[in-house]
Design a protein around this ligand. Structure first.
Ligand code: BDP
Length: 721
């Protein structure tokens, strides 16, 4: 019975990956004649590189794969590589000092082919029509560890996941192995992701049980040839909860012995295990502070245990408690005094902003505060605060905004990219994490465009200097250009050369006006000008600036963040208020502190501003807010228009799926605009500028409406309760 169901799944998976259902991701390679690929060595990793190129390389020239320890290649590391055309132009060589680098080089070559970036003219002509350009590529990753964080629970649910259930079928493992495990490893390898944390940071102690470690081992074995290392989130009270000890105090000898024994067991099953990710003393999770110990003492105990195996600890800085202190200041207050107190195999994982993955936040000041401790950015790929998998929001611009921010920790030019990639403080341990948006939906990520965020995270983790436009272009072409030799539009004929050129122009419009604009549009219709955390209670889908749950933590209430009153709106974090601005280095500190120099897109994050405050546009703050919400709505209407012509070029399944979600997005944008403007208007007491689109909802209806989370795909039209 079981075998039959596996076979059915494999069959349907293979068939479906041929249909344009999104399951092939950006790896929609055409098959055909076998290419000539030479490689003298054999190994699981090299065999993958050879087989991928044999099946999918269509460039005509033979490709040689080489593992070679030349000086140049050693300098690129075992994941770096070169791709070169020979002097006589008759072959291409992919070389690396490590097998992993060869595999990454192979995927690079296939990416150039699929994104049509191989021809000399770089025109929209197919590769076969034009001459191959001479390749002279040399690459090495900016971060040593490029890691996905799955917030997957052991019961198959995913915290903040919007693409189905967990990919990991724990109840079937280790006996039954889904073909998607390997497909997942391959997709990650194709964009340079080399690590993954399998389980939620709100971790069940059970993940370290013998039973679960056997399951983890199976996944690690499948991922290994693709260079994907497994890490686990651990629950700090595992010694008590799983081991039955009376305490989990990190300085207790028995507790340390328990961790040693457990770690030994982990490494006996998974010799290249990466290490532990820890959420401690945060949102109710246990941690060293429960025993009067510091975060450093907790992290160091685990670091010492992992050290002999070269494992590392990723210790999260996402901590805050319901005290009087501004939540935005707390991670800094807790961790800055600990700088220099961590072992060298601990890295502190910091969310990009000081609060929580909002559509726009300033960068976390902690990035500029830890000179002696390696720190790593944590981005959220899953769209907890950006419309789940209903809204199209390309996140590369948001992550670039963070990475390019100047902390001024060592003077001008101390960007977060340089603080974290090891170039500013020469820390050998460097990493970057993305909370993934992957589930067991056939297209992996729910929204077809959400795949672009998985892709963009990998590409930026590899090379943070890539522009968002370059990444967008690569992804769009790989995802939507017709595959040579396969039916494309409406499963009929191949599209003509003329249509192909039109499609190229359309993709370039989609890149500049849809992908690149989409995150800013979300900011506009949800939380412009530095507003933040005015989401609906709990699930975070939709607006609830009025939310007031009796007895709930004040720092979980929207009014804590927007502080709207008759006098104005915004959180005063200046030196006259919570003084969070003082956590930033000069001259940024002064710039943010002054209402006249604070960037307007963060104004209400740092200041409580009167409704009639004059903005740079000449409008009052109230009018500017109205204009921003309206712009957001108009942008989503434009997204629908930009998408419509794609009907001519692509399969109906993906076309309609995106079209359907764009409709939801536009309706939601109107909902957000009406809810926020009508609610804040009670304080501003001013009309919405008459030239703007009028509200279509009643505030009362929106305030009474409670979204049923199982139903979040249906926009709340009519607001029936
Ligand atoms: C918040 C999420 C919550 C996570 C938490 C975290 O709402 O589900 O557990 O972050 O990062 O954004 O630990």
């Amino acid at each position: 019975m079981r075998i039959i169901s596996i076979l059915t799944f494999i069959l349907s998976f293979c068939l479906s990956s041929r249909a344009e259902d999104g399951s092939a991701l950006w790896l929609r390679y055409a098959t055909g004649t076998k290419a000539e690929i030479n490689c003298r060595k054999q190994s699981p990793t090299l065999n993958i590189a050879v087989s991928e190129l044999q099946k999918y390389w269509k460039g005509g020239l033979p490709v040689t794969l080489e593992v070679n320890a030349t000086k140049e290649l050693r300098a690129l590391g075992n994941e770096g590589y070169t791709i070169r055309t020979s002097a006589d132009g008759k072959q291409i060589t992919i070389a690396s000092s490590g097998e992993q680098g060869v595999l990454y080089g192979a995927y690079h070559l296939l990416r150039l082919q699929a994104a049509e970036q191989l021809s000399e003219s770089n025109s929209s002509a197919t590769n076969s029509d034009s001459k191959l350009r001479v390749l002279n590529i040399s690459e090495k990753p900016d971060y040593r560890i490029r890691i996905l964080n799955h917030w997957d629970n052991l019961d198959g649910t995913i915290e903040r996941g919007y693409a189905g259930h967990s990919l990991w079928k724990w109840e079937e493992l280790p006996a039954v192995v889904s073909p998607r495990y390997e497909a997942y490893a391959r997709a990650n390898a194709s964009i340079g992701i080399n690590a993954t944390v399998l389980n939620n940071v709100n971790a069940s102690p059970k993940i370290l049980s013998d039973e679960y470690l056997q399951k983890v081992k199976v996944l690690a074995d499948i991922f290994r040839p693709y260079g994907l290392k497994v890490y686990l989130s651990i629950n700090f009270s595992s010694p008590a909860a799983l081991g039955g000890l009376p305490t989990s105090d990190p300085l207790n000898k028995e507790v340390i012995a328990w961790w040693k024994k457990k770690t030994k067991e982990v490494y006996s099953l998974i010799p290249d295990f990466g290490g532990f990710l820890v959420k401690a003393n945060s949102e109710g999770q246990p941690g060293p502070c429960d025993y009067g110990r510091t975060h450093a003492e907790g992290a160091n105990m685990l670091a010492d245990v992992l050290k002999p195996y070269r494992g590392i600890v990723m210790w999260r800085a996402f901590v805050y408690s319901p005290t009087d202190s501004d939540r935005a200041k707390q991670a800094y207050l807790e961790f800055e005094p600990l700088d220099g107190k961590f072992r060298d195999n601990v890295i502190v994982q910091i969310k990009n902003g000081p609060i929580d993955f909002q559509p726009r936040e300033p960068f976390s000041a902690l990035f500029g505060a830890m000179k002696k401790t390696p720190v790593m950015p944590e981005f959220q790929i899953t769209q907890e605060y950006l419309g789940f998998s209903n809204h199209l929001a390309f996140l590369a611009p948001m992550w670039k905004e963070c990475l390019d921010s100047d902390t001024y920790v060592q003077g001008a030019g101390s960007t977060i990219a340089r603080v974290t990639d090891g170039s500013l403080f020469a820390h050998p341990l460097t990493a970057i994490a993305g909370v993934t948006n992957i589930g067991d939906d056939i297209n992996w990520c729910g929204h077809p465009f959400a795949q672009a965020n998985w892709y963009a995270f990998g590409r930026l983790a590899w090379k943070h200097s890539l522009s968002s436009e370059e990444i967008g272009e690569e992804w769009l072409k790989q995802t939507f250009l017709p595959i040579a030799g396969q039916p494309s539009r409406n499963s009929v004929n191949e599209i003509s050369q003329k249509e192909r050129q039109q499609l190229h122009s359309q993709l370039s419009l989609l890149n500049s006006q849809l992908l690149q604009e989409s995150r800013e549009a979300v900011v506009d219709y949800m939380m412009p000008l530095g507003l933040h955390h005015i989401f609906a209670w709990g699930h975070h889908y939709g607006p609830e600036p009025w939310c007031d749950i009796p007895g709930a933590r004040p720092d979980w209430m929207p009014s804590y963040y927007h502080r709207a009153d008759d006098g104005g709106i915004g959180f005063d974090r200046s030196s006259k208020g919570s003084n969070a601005t003082a956590q930033y280095h000069s001259p940024l500190c002064e710039q943010l502190d002054n209402v006249d120099t604070c960037p307007e897109n963060l104004l209400l994050w740092f200041h409580h501003v009167p409704w009639n405050h004059r903005m740079k546009s000449g409008r009052t703050l109230w009018a500017e807010l109205c204009y921003a919400y309206d712009r957001g709505v108009q942008e989503t209407r434009n997204f629908q228009k930009l998408w419509a012509p794609m009907e001519k070029y692509i399969d109906p399944e993906r076309f309609r799926d995106v079209q359907h979600r764009l409709k939801i997005q536009t309706r939601d944008a109107v909902w957000w605009k009406d809810a926020c403007l009508l609610y804040f208007q009670q304080f501003s007491k001013q009309p919405i500028p008459y030239e703007l689109e009028r509200p279509v909802h009643e505030l009362k209806d929106m305030m009474e409406y409670k979204l049923n989370i199982t139903n979040f795909e249906c926009p709340p039209y009519g607001f029936t309760r």
